[in-house]
Design a protein around this ligand. Structure first.
Ligand code: PLP
Length: 454
């Protein structure tokens, strides 16, 4: 008898609604402020950037929001994603713990990001947007949005952080294959890009700057809107299909989760898997531990301040109350590019402040070591971002071994690492560096937080 390891749902089991945790939060989220006036943001401030339906979802207090059939149809290309029991990893660890992972790497672009890209493209399309602009770091979000724009026949412009543009040519190829126009950021295409290049023509770029360029772009180009792949409430909302499916699949396996783990950049894959479990904690007396895992080089949750800050370096994106390292904090160039963002989802930041979720941080060597063990046992090369979750899952399992308990650990495998093999080569050649926690840089950046008129 082969031990069952994969728990498959049928296409009919894709969730029909997204779960909106704002309906169940013990304390409502703080208001959002305009980056220009530093007063509470109005619909008029946001509507040049986002379509009204997404602004509505951003502030909605409705517990469940229907997923439009047009979105479900596209999600059905790869959803429901498998939940897998990592028997071989468990045996390698010699642990009594049960480890499951939700495999979001099976999407057309290899990560969880299309779950929201498709929804955002759809709502833009029905409100008449003809073109979306966005930023991308490692290229995962750009590839997802390019694919979604193609599905709804919209144009797509992507500002890709210069270092990644040069070092990750294959993600660029993927975006171009899906029909997007990709430029290196800073670029000559926007005023914010030109200003930076005038000062330093060799500037390697940063996510916050690419965001500024994309926002600048949509404010100066007709029929265009901006799209963000993480952080915002509506993005986490769209990702809750992950956790809802995982709950059903665990049920098929006859198990209940004790620990739910995800890596955190802006918080969307972790929010996506954890928030439906959090509902069980908030409404049904559940005691599931939810853990966000970040790089120690960009320790937003574990070392950041809970404060109002700009979403981007050029102070064009809305001001949100979140865990932040400062909008102009420049994290070291670790290989998990998707985790190098200065802020954190306001929802997750609030839950963390209220001690309702946990966080931990790891250096990249430990993370790549975990990734290698996972690849060798489970046969999947994980994205370096996802490998942070694997590291934490392994440490939880080792803790279960020490204590002799059978805890059930579920983590989100947010993407595969087939386009990150260069980084794995560096690890295997012993060339990977661990960066110290950049305390001085963070302290300095935190001195420049905006003062909102609360
Ligand atoms: C973008 C990305 C992340 C980080 O973003 P979150 O919004 O925190 O999920 C993690 N893993 C992969 C594979 C990504 O592409």
């Amino acid at each position: 008898m082969i031990e069952q390891s994969r728990y498959h749902l049928s296409e009919n089991d894709i969730p029909r609604q997204w779960y909106n945790i704002q309906a169940d939060l013990p304390v409502p989220l703080p208001p959002v402020f305009s980056p220009v006036t530093l007063k509470p943001v109005t619909l008029d401030d946001l509507s040049p950037i986002f379509p009204k339906s997404l602004i509505g979802q951003e502030i909605s207090l409705e517990r469940y929001i229907d997923i439009p059939p047009e979105v479900l149809e596209i999600l059905g290309m790869w959803r429901p994603t498998p939940l897998v029991r990592a028997h071989r990893l468990e045996r390698a660890l010699g642990t009594p713990a049960k480890i499951f992972f939700k495999n979001e790497s099976v999407s057309p672009v290899g990560s969880h990001k299309p779950n929201t890209a498709v929804a955002q493209a759809f709502y833009n399309k029905i409100e008449g947007t003809q073109r979306l602009a966005t930023e991308t770091g490692a290229g995962q979000w750009g590839a997802a949005l390019a694919m979604a724009c193609k599905a709804f026949e919209m144009a797509c412009k992507i500002y890709m952080v210069r270092v990644s543009y040069d070092s990750k040519p294959y993600r660029r190829s993927l975006m171009r294959m899906f029909g997007a126009d990709v430029v290196a950021s800073p670029s000559m295409d926007t005023a914010s890009g030109r200003a930076i290049l005038a000062e330093n023509p060799n500037y390697p770029g940063a996510l916050g700057i690419a965001i500024s360029e994309a926002v600048d772009d949509v404010l100066t180009t007709g029929n265009s809107k901006y799209s963000l792949g993480s952080v915002l409430n509506h993005v986490l909302l769209h990702q809750t299909v992950i956790g809802q499916e995982a709950i059903k699949q665990l049920d098929m396996a006859g198990e209940e989760a004790d620990v739910v783990i995800g890596c955190v950049g802006g918080g969307s894959n972790f929010g996506g898997i954890a928030l439906p479990f959090m509902r069980m904690n908030l409404k049904e007396g559940g005691k599931i531990r939810c853990i966000g895992v970040e790089p120690s080089a960009c320790p937003t949750m574990t070392k950041g301040s809970y404060a109002f800050d700009y979403g981007d370096t050029a102070k064009m994106a809305p001001v949100l109350k979140m865990k932040t390292l400062g909008h102009d904090f420049m994290p070291p160039s670790i290989h998990a590019g998707g985790l190098r963002y200065h802020g954190m989802s306001p929802i997750l930041s609030a839950l963390y402040e209220q001690n309702l979720i946990e966080a931990c941080a790891y250096g990249q060597k430990q993370v790549f070591e975990a990734a290698t063990l996972f690849a060798q046992t489970e046969g999947i090369v994980p994205a370096p971002e996802s490998a942070h979750a694997i590291r934490a899952a392994i440490d939880e399992a080792n803790d279960a071994t020490a204590k002799g308990d059978h805890r059930v650990i579920v983590f989100c495998l947010s993407g595969h690492g087939f386009l990150d093999l260069g980084a794995y080569d560096k690890y295997m050649d012993g060339e990977l560096e661990d960066y110290d926690y950049p305390e001085e840089l963070i302290t300095e950046a935190l001195e420049r937080l905006p003062q909102v008129a609360e």
